[in-house]
Design a protein. Structure first.
Ligand code: APR
Length: 246
């Protein structure tokens, strides 16, 4: 893919970049996305049956096993060139903030630092009753059903943000600030449908940022983007970073 010269110039001149990623950036690692036809998780599983606090309370063991299956899947794959390119970009630009909607931890495994995990992390757990400093009574990842909280005896739950739940306040504030301050916004592998993450682009645009979208399909952000690179992030992002480093 030829990266437009004007895009290369804007990327070279950018002083403060915000990168927002979604499940598409992990697709080439073998992690299913959420909404893609046939392969997306929500094509095969009902999110309201699996990714809500109500669903957890109605069948904790089922939900726990489903997240254990996702943890094992992610533990068995590797970051792909898209993840590594973002980590490399971080090392060659003045300031870069990486906000991910992904809960797989693959950005960190690729070397990205200070990743804002907007929707939490699959490998984290916390007490359902939000006891501070709660620790599971037994090793979480071996259990067939959710372990109990060492503080209140209630359920421990996966450390992800479920539908209907608020974004962790620190992540929300840090992402909003980065969107407000950035001069270049790079959206990668997200359908830009789920809020409030989908609103970060709008915030960046209001601040006059250059808007770049790297995605397989068109999204609500496409029309608002100055540059659209249509294709696989694992192929495009290395080219993009090469364009300002090689
Ligand atoms: N390279 C680039 N883009 C890709 C690739 C790829 N290899 N594979 C898929 N895509 C694109 C698809 O075209 C789609 O637009 O990634 C997007 C994935 O969209 P979704 O499946 O909706 O995932 P995401 O945007 O991350 O979902 C947001 O919704 O279900 C919740 O909490 C969950 O964080 C998730 C949030």
């Amino acid at each position: 893919m030829t990266i437009p010269a004007e895009l290369v110039e804007r990327l070279r001149d950018a002083r403060n970049i915000l990168v927002l990623t979604g499940s598409g950036v992990s697709a080439e690692s073998g992690v299913p996305t959420f909404r893609e036809a046939q392969s997306g998780l929500w094509e095969n599983f009902d999110p309201l049956q699996l990714a809500t606090p109500e669903a957890f309370l109605s069948d904790p063991a089922l939900i726990w096993r489903w997240y254990r299956w996702r943890r094992e899947l992610v533990a068995a794959v590797e970051p792909n060139p898209g993840h590594f390119a973002i980590a490399r970009l971080e090392s060659v630009v003045e300031q870069l903030t990486l906000v991910t909607q992904n809960v797989d931890g693959l950005h960190q495994r690729a070397g990205s630092s200070d990743v804002i995990e907007y929707h939490g992390n699959l490998f984290a757990t916390h007490c359902f009753n939000r006891c501070p400093e709660a620790a599971p009574k037994c090793p979480a990842n071996k259990a067939d059903s959710p372990p109990q909280c060492g503080t209140c005896g209630g359920w421990m739950r996966p450390g992800v943000v479920w539908f209907g739940e608020a974004i962790p306040p620190a992540a929300l504030a840090a992402a909003d600030e980065a969107a407000h301050d950035c001069d270049l916004f790079l959206s990668v592998g997200t359908s830009s449908l789920v809020w409030p993450a989908a609103g970060l682009g709008e915030l960046a645009m209001q601040s006059g940022a250059t808007m770049i979208e790297v995605n397989l399909d068109a999204t609500p952000l496409t029309e608002q983007s100055h540059f659209v690179l249509r294709g696989k992030s694992g192929e495009i992002l290395p080219e993009l970073v090469n364009s300002i480093t090689v």
